[in-house]
Ligand binder design. Structure first.
Ligand code: NAD
Length: 290
């Protein structure tokens, strides 16, 4: 029979991901700080409980889709979710956490006789979560990843990236590229518009040229040009990822100078914009600078 899935963190990503697992026939029991998010799990056929310990006690596989490493650690360690898991359970941190902290956390859990932890962060956004087309970067031992594969494949395409923490390293680096592309694309769009170029024409030409990226193919046409700014990925979360990547690169003696500048600019935007802004608001911010 299918493993029972515990799901902690039912936000913009966790809600559609847990809904897909339910559709695929898994039993999902979950929680979130927000009662509204717990109600969304129940509405898609799952069970919601109040505490993370109650979720853990019933889970064979515990998926975390939380904002950051500090919250992942507090849920598993101080709140006691790791200790509440049945023997042999596996924890899958699908959040975009910090690779070195993930590695250290996995070691602490192992030393205390706790669960195996793997990291499996994702790319593809809310749209990818809804359609099951995420890219999943799985770090951990090959056997554990193979055990998890049927579950993860409900959510997207799985790539084993190496040891525990490696998925989180690759995810952070991906987002450093993504955020840097988005900012420079937004600056180029603002300059082109000033020159009198039509934004739609610019995007079409970039997309059949070497300047294309996820920003020209997806973010600009779908969320920025139409003026909706509703990708479902917060600006503060993007800045967190960029800082993880920049400090990782620095700690490895391979700093990214351009990345460090992008972190500064995104950091400035974060202080000037509403803290709840979508990350695509960086385009409006860039266009407002002179
Ligand atoms: P979100 O803020 O929408 O969701 C996080 C959820 O965690 C919230 O609902 C919050 O209430 C809940 N939460 C926080 N602390 C908790 C606790 N102690 N116990 C229980 N629940 C708690 O964020 P999101 O956009 O879903 O992102 C989640 C993770 O995935 C982040 O690490 C983010 O960087 C990453 N990510 C997001 C996207 C995206 O497009 N939104 C894409 C890829 C990766």
């Amino acid at each position: 029979s299918k493993p029972r899935i515990g799901f902690i963190g039912l936000g913009n990503m966790g809600t559609p991901m847990s809904a897909r697992l339910l559709e695929a026939g898994y039993t999902v029991i979950g929680t979130d700080l927000s009662a509204e998010n717990r109600a969304r799990l129940v509405a898609s056929g799952g069970s919601a409980v109040q505490s993370t310990g109650e979720v853990a006690a019933l889970a064979d596989v515990l998926i975390l889709m939380l904002p950051n490493s500090s919250i992942v650690e507090s849920v598993l360690e101080s709140d006691g979710a790791a200790a509440a898991l049945p023997q042999g359970a596996i924890v899958v941190d699908m959040s975009s956490s910090e690779p070195l902290r993930t590695r250290a956390l996995a070691e602490r859990l192992a030393i205390s006789g706790g669960p195996t932890l793997v990291d499996a962060p994702v790319s593809g956004g809310v749209g990818g979560a809804v359609t099951g087309k995420l890219t999943i970067m799985a770090g951990g031992d090959a056997e554990t990843i193979e055990t998890l594969r049927p579950i993860l494949e409900v959510l997207g395409k799985v790539r084993h990236t190496g040891e525990v923490g490696s998925g989180h390293a690759l995810k952070a680096l991906n987002n450093l590229l993504s955020a840097t592309h988005l900012l420079v694309t937004s600056e180029a769009m603002a300059a082109g518009k000033e020159f009198g170029l039509d934004p739609q024409t610019m995007l079409e030409v970039f997309n059949s040229s070497s300047g294309r990226s996820g920003s020209t193919e997806n973010k600009w046409p779908n969320f920025i040009l139409p003026g909706s700014f509703d990708s479902g990925f917060g600006l503060a979360l993007m800045l967190k990822d960029m800082k993880i990547a920049a400090s990782l690169a620095e700690s490895l003696g391979r700093p990214s100078q351009l990345g460090a500048r992008a972190v500064e600019l995104w950091g400035q935007a974060a202080t000037e914009l509403d803290p709840a802004s979508d990350h695509t608001e960086i385009a409006r911010w860039a266009a407002s600078k002179d």
